[in-house]
Design a protein around this ligand. Structure first.
Ligand SMILES: *[C@@H]1O[C@H](CO)[C@@H](O)[C@H](O)[C@H]1NC(C)=O
Ligand SMILES: *[C@@H]1O[C@H](CO)[C@@H](O)[C@H](O)[C@H]1NC(C)=O
Length: 205
């Protein structure tokens, strides 16, 4: 997941160029940025979701959310492998082994919560998905609290950002759906994005 500032800048420069030549509201870039801008780590959100949205026929916030959840799960699996590798070291102290065992349990729990959250996303129930998914970040801190400095903590930071993005997107979907309900409109249509000028990343006319 590592990326450089230069990379990011290049992304934005090229997308600003794209936006300049088309109507901002219609570009996938503008839609993804509108979704990602208020999240925990907007750049990571944008970078992870955009490639999938570019190839999709129609933008849908639930689909974007699914992408971010799948990446969260990938990170959890990767760190689980790291924990297994670290646990196999015969020179580990007893307390390190204990901490790694705690993490191993927490990461197993995360996979269960992610699975439950995914089922709720499939049912287009953002509120229930957020409830299930919020456990992931609790399990994460129960693990990282065991360490001051470890590759687990570093990977945990990435997980915190991506997981935070998922929660933020779920909350945004929930808020929009309840606004629609209050207005008496039918819910179930894909959430729209706010005006491009309010979330501009390039010139906006
Ligand atoms: C998980 O690990 C694989 C193999 O090292 C890597 O290619 C992939 O990018 C990692 N996934 C994430 C989300 O970092
Ligand atoms: C920690 O776990 C490893 C792998 O199972 C084992 O070889 C090692 O003896 C354990 N360390 C202690 C102090 O029990």
């Amino acid at each position: 997941m590592a990326f450089t500032l230069i990379n990011t800048l290049c992304l934005f420069v090229s997308f600003s160029g794209l936006l300049f030549h088309t109507h901002a509201i219609r570009t996938p870039q503008a839609r993804v940025w509108a979704l990602c801008k208020p999240t925990t780590n907007p750049v990571v959100c944008f970078k992870t979701i955009l490639p999938h949205v570019i190839t999709a026929k129609k933008f849908n916030a639930y689909t974007a959310l699914e992408i971010e959840i799948i990446i969260t799960r990938e990170l959890v699996v990767n760190t689980t492998n790291l924990i297994t590798t670290l646990l196999a070291n015969p020179s580990n102290s007893k307390s390190l082994n204990d901490s790694l065992e705690i993490c191993s349990d927490q990461y197993d729990n995360m996979l269960d919560s992610i699975k439950d959250a995914m089922s709720q996303v499939a049912l287009r129930n953002a509120g229930e998905a957020r409830f299930k998914f919020s456990a992931v970040l609790s399990y994460l801190s129960a693990c990282t609290d065991e360490f001051d400095n470890s590759p687990i903590v570093k990977e945990g930071k990435e997980l915190y950002d991506i997981g935070g993005n998922c929660l933020d997107i779920m909350k945004a979907i929930e808020d929009r759906e309840s606004r629609l309900r209050r207005r008496g409109a039918t819910v179930g249509s894909p959430p729209a994005v706010p005006s491009p000028c309010q979330n501009e990343i390039g010139p906006c006319s």
